[in-house]
Design a protein around this ligand. Structure first.
Ligand code: UDP
Ligand code: MN
Length: 251
């Protein structure tokens, strides 16, 4: 009786979007007990994402909610200035609370659209009673950022984070998942714009769990099953020239 893995993915329109979603979908297709919650950062659902999901072969829920303009990261803003995905992740949490009940067996994971996920990560998540944690590759200025796990007690005894190590939970969004029951019990727990950069993970976790309750997974946090990869913006100089002439390559 496996839990259903609910993966929440905020996503926004840009040249690489379909490529990112394709890479994710083809990983997720390997997971039988999987439900994808895709939340577009857009005032309504786009055709591209709608058609993509229809043809994906996955079980999914498609939502759309736009980031308020005053919170939207500008093209020239440094990327740590404003949090991304807050509105979208909260909309997904609302959907879970409105559509699922405490007896439903589920795990909730925040899966950004540009990261790289091993199938093994999802098998690990199935063990989670409250909140599971594990290493994340290529984040925080490190090859691997991870909880420090005591292999005698199998407990989290610290974190190796180099970036803002004083955070209540110095973890990346990709480095934990939550038992659905906990999110239904703490029905007001959500992400917030009113926190310092890099504190979104701490914000949600402090509302539902304590540090000593964290469950280290992935071999006592010795294995890396997810990487915080970031995709370079493609150079589209030629495309822009075409567009000026009223044409484009993708029609
Ligand atoms: N995102 C979004 N709207 C935006 C920027 C980002 O919905 O304006 C999504 C993005 O697709 C990703 C998540 O929010 O799933 C986190 O963004 P990003 O990967 O840029 O964050 P970082 O890699 O810097 O942590
Ligand atoms: Mn990212």
């Amino acid at each position: 009786n496996k839990p259903i893995i609910y993966a929440i993915t905020p996503t926004f329109s840009r040249p690489v979007q379909k490529a990112e979603l394709t890479r994710l979908a083809q990983t997720f297709l390997h997971i039988p007990n999987f439900h994808w919650i895709v939340v577009e950062d857009s005032s309504s659902k786009t055709k591209l994402v709608t058609r993509f999901l229809e043809n994906s072969g996955l079980i999914y829920t498609h939502l759309a909610v736009i980031t308020p303009p005053n919170y939207k990261l500008g093209r020239t803003d440094a990327n740590w200035k404003k949090p991304r995905g807050v509105e979208q992740r909260n909309a997904a949490l609302r959907w879970l609370r409105e559509n699922l009940k405490p007896t439903d067996n589920g795990i909730v994971y925040f899966a950004d659209d540009d990261n790289t996920y091993s199938i093994k990560l999802f098998y690990e998540m199935e063990k989670i009673k409250k909140v599971g944690v594990w290493p994340v590759g290529l984040v925080g200025g490190l090859m691997v950022e991870k909880p420090i796990c005591d292999n005698v007690t199998n407990k989290v005894i610290g974190f190796n984070a180099g970036w803002k190590p004083d955070r209540p939970f110095p973890l990346d969004m990709a480095g934990f998942a939550i038992n659905l029951r906990l999110l239904l019990e703490h029905k007001d727990a959500e992400f917030s714009y009113d926190v310092e950069g890099g504190y979104q993970e701490s914000e949600i976790l402090r509302q539902i769990v304590t540090r000593d309750e964290l469950e280290p997974l992935a071999d006592c946090c010795m294995k890396v099953y997810v990487w915080h990869t970031r995709t370079e913006d493609p150079k589209l100089k030629m495309e822009q020239l075409l567009i000026k002439k009223g044409r484009r390559s993708n029609i």
